[in-house]
Write a protein that binds this ligand. Structure first.
Ligand SMILES: [Zn+2]
Length: 569
């Protein structure tokens, strides 16, 4: 495996300074400035720039695109540039995933991965194997069992506790809205039949004995998770580095990290400083951490002139997930009439933080799944925007915007609220989503077409590691509304499909807009950062059903190849 890490901003700075010196001291010398560094030739360049939608060649100097055109002209204009023949390969603007969890992806690469395992027996066996090589009393941490699929028949801790009596075990669900703990973990946390459910959380209990079963929903997970020893800075760095490497392998050049803790801020800063971060990061600070919020509101946004790590937004959670019935709905769940789900942040809190954030020039990105949560966040944003009328370009975001009441859809465009949506959530949830919300409300669920047509900004993303980070799965889901096997035929609620161009915009220009970077990212044009994704097929000629097989061949960040399929093992 050969991966060139780091975007090399130090080198860029030197170039910038030397140009400045030239232009100040001897303007006439500017005609003799050194030649262009790199010239990509014989490519099929999809620029996402309406003025020049396609091209064959791209010239790059330092970390920027300086020219886009045809191959013959490029060779004439830049005879001394290092030429790279792309042999007809398709080039996209560097793909941006607008909602990710690098840290969880990294941890999943280190922790026990239980994704796609649907049998309790097999999970118990995997945990047992891991415990065999663990130190006495060491926590066994796992991740990825699908709490949405298991919701109607959750396991208990019996078999798990019998297999691993001495090590505490804590297995977080795929969507992080449920956890499965063994008896040892419950004991260490002091969780027993006398423990009350915390606010916005639920301890599942044995009907007869009242003892906890081991399944903890929403905030009840924290009763146990707070006893897990904190990751060290070194562990966090390692996790994020592993995850970042996966990103560039999948053709991603930027990610929007949704929920960043103080430890992660430290790890990101260190990785960037040491040029160990191949992907650009737009960080949303954890808005539930009051100290972190106070510190950053005082300090102000950190906008990186080198575009590697920008910190100017807060992430809030208005509710839970639809699968575990934690999403807050206006009316009861269709398949559980006793509940409407749970709001995890009241409207007043979202409003309060948004108001302070706008005054301090920060963006707010709030997780909202249910129609009640979405309405509440829109209300909070509307009020805050009204009360801070001089807020400069707020670009408030709702993350997921998953189930929307029809009357709320036009409010996104009206208020300038960005709908940050995940195509693969629809295709993962479609087997059970309609049971939860019924035939009427489902029309406003995962409704990208309606949101787009209302005029709202629509960045797209994966929300990895809950879903795959491969952006072509997201594009495929957006244009087909089918699972990877092609079901259902014609697509699920096919009226909501996006066109290929709209889906690509979601991963390029729209995602760039959502992070205030549309002048630097999202299109291949003169002056923009040289972030490019070279892919294995011409996506415009690939039948939608084959979009899934597209792979990244090369990933450029700031003019440097950070991933090359030809040399990656
Ligand atoms: Zn997320």
């Amino acid at each position: 495996m050969k991966l060139a890490f780091g975007i090399g901003h130090k080198a860029c700075r030197v170039i910038v300074f030397s140009f400045l010196a030239l232009s100040l001291s001897a303007a006439s010398l500017s005609a003799q400035t050194p030649g262009t560094d790199l010239l990509l030739l014989n490519a099929h360049v999809i620029t996402m720039n309406d003025k020049q939608p396609s091209a064959q060649a791209v010239a790059i100097r330092g970390d920027r695109i300086v020219w886009v055109g045809n191959s013959d002209e490029g060779k004439k204009l830049y005879p001394s540039a290092r030429a790279m023949d792309l042999h007809g390969a398709t080039v996209l603007p560097g793909l941006i995933d607008a909602h990710t969890h690098l840290i969880n992806l990294g941890e999943s690469l280190v922790r026990l991965n239980l994704k796609d395992i649907s049998s309790e027996k097999e999970i118990v066996e995997r945990v047992k194997q891991r415990a065999a090589s663990a130190a006495p009393g060491e926590w066994i941490l796992g991740w990825g069992w699908d709490e949405g699929k298991w919701a109607s028949n959750y396991p208990t801790n019996q078999a798990l506790s019998a297999a691993t009596p001495n090590n505490p075990v804590f297995l977080v669900g795929l969507h992080t809205f449920a956890a499965w703990a063994n008896q040892r973990a419950l004991e260490l946390a002091g969780v027993n039949k006398d423990t009350k459910d915390p606010e916005n959380g639920k301890i599942l209990r044995d009907e007869k004995t009242g003892e906890p079963t081991g399944i903890l929903l929403n905030h009840a997970q924290e009763l146990v998770s707070k006893h897990i020893p904190q990751a060290t800075l070194a562990q966090a760095r390692r996790a994020m580095q592993l995850a970042a490497r996966e990103c560039v392998r999948n053709g991603l050049t930027s990610v929007h990290e949704a929920k960043v803790t103080p430890l992660m801020v430290q790890a990101f800063h260190a990785l960037v400083r040491e040029e160990q971060m191949p992907v650009r990061v737009y960080a949303m600070l954890d808005g539930a951490d009051k100290n972190l919020v106070d510190e950053w509101l005082k300090r102000g946004p950190e906008i990186d002139p080198h575009h590697q790590l920008t910190i100017r937004s807060f992430k809030l959670f208005a509710d839970g997930a639809l699968g575990s019935r934690g999403a807050a709905l206006l009316e009861p769940y269709s398949d559980a009439p006793q509940t409407k789900g749970v709001m995890t942040s009241p409207e007043a809190d979202v409003y309060g933080l948004t108001r302070r954030a706008l005054q301090a020039r920060f963006q707010v990105c709030t997780h909202a799944i249910g129609d009640a949560a979405n309405r509440s966040v829109l209300n909070a944003y509307e009020q805050a925007e009204k009360e801070v009328p001089d807020a400069h370009d707020p670009r408030l975001r709702i993350e997921h915007a998953q189930v929307l009441s029809p009357e709320d859809i036009p409010r996104f465009a009206k208020l300038g609220v960005i709908a940050s949506m995940q195509p693969t959530h629809a295709t993962s949830d479609m087997p059970w989503a309609e049971k939860r919300v019924g035939p009427e409300r489902i029309k406003g669920a995962y409704a990208w077409r309606s949101v787009k047509d209302s005029g709202a900004h629509l960045p797209l993303s994966s929300d990895f590691p809950g879903e795959t980070l491969n952006p072509f799965y997201g594009i495929y889901a957006a244009i087909t509304r089918q699972d990877p096997q092609g079901n259902p035929p014609g697509g699920w609620h096919p009226k909501q499909k996006l066109t290929l161009e709209e889906a690509l915009r979601g991963y390029t220009t729209e995602a760039a807009y959502a992070e205030f970077e549309e002048t630097n990212k999202g299109a291949i044009e003169k002056g923009k950062l040289a972030d490019l994704t070279v892919i294995s097929q011409d996506i415009t000629k690939t039948p939608p059903s084959e979009t899934l097989s597209i792979r990244a061949l090369k990933t450029f960040v700031g003019g440097k190849v950070v991933y090359d399929a030809a040399t990656d093992q």
